[in-house]
Design a protein. Sequence first.
Length: 271
Amino acid sequence: MTILLTNDDGIEAPGLYLLAQMLQQFDEVMISAPEEEQSGVGHAITFRKPIAVTELAEKPAGVARLAVRGTPADAVKFALRHHLNNPPALVVSGPNQGPNIGVNVLYSGTIGAAYEAVIGGVSALAVSSDIQAGEYDWTACLHFAEQVVKLALAQESDRREHPESYLRHGVARPFLWNLNVPSLPLAEIKGLAVTRHGTSGFDEFFSPHHNGEPGEYMMDGVFATQDPGENYDASAIQAGYASLTPLALDLTDVERFEPLTNTFMHPKQNS
């Protein structure tokens, strides 16, 4: 089987081929990634215009590549539903330059591509590092990604081979794991923590675009950790741990579901 690799930083992004080489120890790797950077597009898809797809002749380390003139979700959707004859063993999205934690998950093309894999019936791993622009040391990120990929491949294989076992526990659907690694030397990272998805995000502001046209603004912000403890993704990263968060497609607000249901089941009592 094949591991499908994608990202949102574009098919020529630093780190993509380092991750591909690491993944080759597990299986054949194929890349389907946006032609250009698509950071911040979330789970956007292209459906009102054609998508140009180029199968690149050059195959670094023997890895076949599709360059998709579209979003990360487009790249995964095309590979799963058109290009590949069989479902891949796993979809890996990344490595992203910058963390995908807290509310950033909602904006992330890296996460959007991974969600598209789950929709297509394949489990996925999103990989991000807290390294900033101009930094290219992916050592720690690749170290933790290797550990998690090994476990993910085993669990996905078992899920497919023994669906009845997973049905009994209510987890027969494909899974999505979100891995984030601090921008620290590997020896300084305290370990891997399984975390909850938090609500931390940027305190955002808009400033006039000095080199632009009148009425143009640039958005900027400062990241603020708002979660109550280290068992949340942003807090774990801040504390020096790599963070692994299981995410789900179900966005239901469980705490408000029952009260709201009770309200509409007994309307006469509230009249």
